[in-house]
Design a protein around this ligand. Structure first.
Ligand code: ZN
Ligand code: ZN
Length: 346
């Protein structure tokens, strides 16, 4: 139970707080579909993932440069999460389906509204973003639709909003906070969306700042970056790291409080943690059952198989003895049960 309650214990009153995993772990499956640049592969620019809860709630995370609103792979999108505003996550250029190579995907024309806002505007999505991004994204959606999106509903102690929506909405989601997306007409708890810390940065690219813009070389203020913990109705708890380095609260808060069983791990190195840090983080800090290495900034696979000498290969070699590694190749849907086990994965 995630509800806090005061419980009298004899002469004592104790604040009872436990994990937000309100949903018992079940065999129902959460579907996870990567929407990358090249089908069947994990490529340099790949970030976008669609999660589908057993109740039908569909969540798009960090679309980046590999998907825009014209992409038939999207289907319904009820909720969109943005970890931070960097170009490779918000999407500053439109995709060229299958264009270029997995190691160097082709970039289409610039999208001054961002792929993220273009998708949210068309799909009537609930937009959840950290820092000061919800106001920024509201303005972008207004530029596309002509009307400003409303604030997402937050009903009851679980801050519930029902989907699908008839128009987009936006809301800020900051570390410690959470909201719940519930499929209209279903009973039960819905999908819990919580923000957690990330250590990175969150400047809004100057090219995506409307007039009067920023001085050359500067970016817009976006507030703090974030990761997310998504608790699905089958009990699966997915930790989406966003771009980040390691920090101690991956253990103290994220692991011990939220208890993730699946981690989507951004591990490109140089500007985020790399494969060595990723292996340590999984073994010593977070300890999930399954991990999806993502945001790898390389061609990680060929014919769907991990290429030797890549970051993913290095990570897998170090970590495979203590975690299930599920490589998120584009357009291949993986299914996770409530315990974090990938069902049908090899
Ligand atoms: Zn970044
Ligand atoms: Zn990034």
């Amino acid at each position: 139970m995630r509800v806090k309650s005061l419980v009298a214990l004899g002469s004592l009153s104790a604040l009872v707080v436990s994990s937000p995993a309100v949903n018992g772990q079940s065999a129902a499956l959460v579907k996870v579909t990567p929407l990358g640049s090249h089908a069947g592969e994990l490529c340099r620019n790949d970030r976008a993932l669609v999660f589908e809860d057993p109740t039908g709630v569909r969540i798009l995370y960090d679309p980046g440069r590999t998907v825009d609103e014209t992409d038939a792979r999207l289907g319904d999108v009820h909720v969109m999460l943005l970890s931070h505003a960097h170009t490779d996550h918000i999407g500053d250029t439109r995709p060229v389906p299958g264009g270029g190579t997995c190691a160097a995907p082709a970039a289409g024309p610039a999208n001054a509204n961002s792929n993220f806002a273009s998708i949210a505007a068309l799909k009537n999505a609930a937009v959840l973003a950290p820092g000061e991004l919800s106001g920024y994204l509201s303005r972008k959606i207004q530029s596309i639709r002509g009307t400003a999106p409303g604030a997402c509903a937050e009903i009851g102690l679980d801050n519930v909003f029902d989907v699908p929506l008839g128009a987009p909405c936006t809301a800020s989601l900051r570390p410690g906070g959470s909201r719940t997306a519930r499929r209209a007409g279903t009973s039960g708890t819905g999908v819990r969306l919580a923000a957690v810390q990330a250590i990175h940065s969150n400047g809004i690219p100057g090219a995506l700042v409307d007039s009067p813009g920023e001085p050359p070389g500067l970016s817009g203020y976006g507030g703090s970056e974030a990761g997310f913990v998504v608790t699905f109705t089958n009990g699966l708890v997915a930790y989406l790291t966003g771009d980040t380095g390691m920090f101690g609260d991956m253990d103290v808060i994220i692991s011990r409080y939220y208890r993730p069983t699946l981690v989507v791990l951004n591990m490109s190195d140089a500007v985020t943690l790399g494969p060595n840090e990723a292996a340590y983080m999984i073994k010593a800090l977070v300890r999930p059952r399954s991990v999806m290495p993502s945001h790898v900034n390389e061609q990680a696979t060929a014919g769907g198989a991990t290429v030797a000498g890549t970051r993913v290969d290095l990570f897998a070699t170090a970590a495979r003895s203590y975690v299930n590694i599920v490589v998120p190749v584009s357009d291949v849907t993986r299914s996770f049960d409530g315990t974090g086990l990938c069902v049908g994965c090899r």
